[in-house]
Design a protein around this ligand. Structure first.
Ligand code: SF4
Length: 108
């Protein structure tokens, strides 16, 4: 199944997350958005992740909120401490994925 070089590289960057939780621990809002964004982005960038793409991001963001994690306020502490150098740009991607999934779910 063909995957563009750009998407393959971004997916591999996101897949480097080892779920260590350092990003959450460093964030003054206790936000888990960098971790969740890495997981969402990894699969959203690959063909294998397409069948459950919208469902996945909706479910993961909903669960993150239920667990009481805070919201991102662009402090960048997460990116600074991440041992795998996951970039905050993935949070922006997750937000776009989430918005798109909500609109699709409403039939817009
Ligand atoms: S600090 Fe980096 S590697 Fe660890 S959970 Fe957060 S995003 Fe993943």
């Amino acid at each position: 199944m063909p995957v563009s070089k750009d998407n393959a590289e971004k997916a591999m960057d996101a897949a480097a997350c080892i779920s260590c939780g350092a990003c959450v621990a460093s964030c003054k809002n206790a936000s888990a958005m960098l971790f969740v964004a890495a997981k969402v982005s990894h699969l959203a960038l690959l063909p294998q992740g397409q069948p459950e793409r919208e469902w996945r991001v909706r479910s993961m963001v909903t669960q993150m909120d239920k667990e009481g994690f805070g919201n991102c306020t662009n402090q960048y502490e997460c990116e600074a401490v991440c041992p795998k150098e996951i970039k905050v740009a993935f949070i922006a991607k997750m937000n776009r994925e989430y918005s798109g999934a909500l609109l699709k779910n409403r039939g817009v």
